[in-house]
Design a protein around this ligand. Sequence first.
Ligand code: PGA
Length: 264
Amino acid sequence: MKKIYLYGNWKMNMNREETEKFYKDFGGQVAGDPALLAAMGKTLEVAVFPPFTSLAAAEGASKNLDKRTVPFLGAQNVYFEPKGAFTGEISIPMLKDFGCAHVILGHSERRTIFGEPDELIAGKVKAVLDAALVPVFCYGETLAEREGDKTFDVVSRQLRAALSGRTPGEAEKIVYAYEPVWAIGTGKSATSNEAQEVCAYSKKLIRELAGSAAMPVVVLYGGSVKPDNAKELLSMEAIDGALVGGASLKADSFLQIYKAYANN
Ligand code: PGA
């Protein structure tokens, strides 16, 4: 049974009221579907990643939903120290306090706009694993790197840095998200073959780095996933799911992506 991951990265969007509305619309719609999916031999893991200021609203809103349909709650970033003089930062215990199970790390906007280097991201991956949360590790090349034939070098460098010092058991717990920077927020998704090629390469490399040829590895694709391209992307053999930005902000379009899989 192929398990599909559908993650919504809200970025710096969605206040409390919008968050509550999303939960009401999304939860109400998917109720009953888990049984339907199981009958079709499919399983699905849905998670949403609100901004820190809407985590409480998301946690509160999920209490009103049918338990089987509550999306996992995640954060978009974290700092690796547990507490102290780190103005402006949020710790892992603080995220746990809101019921977060996942944390996005190394998103290209963190790397390019806020200058987060590979080593800092690797430290965060370790801390999140140590705390038994799921790191959703993002990586991917820029347009200049792709055009310069550097895609595999960049992907390899980023994955090696994140996995340096990690055991096979730890490497297996990470959810990897291949997000070509040129496809994020541009409306221009990678083709299903382009995404498949890099996701397949990533799986092979992750298994090599972990020294475990048979290890299960989950790799998502992210970058302009929309209702009209989700079905094709999700049907690719090396793609286990989608990390969705813009199209996850409205319950309706996120649901259409969900249904593209459910009816696939
Ligand atoms: P997008 O963002 O779907 O809006 O392109 C994806 C992401 O950055 O995770």
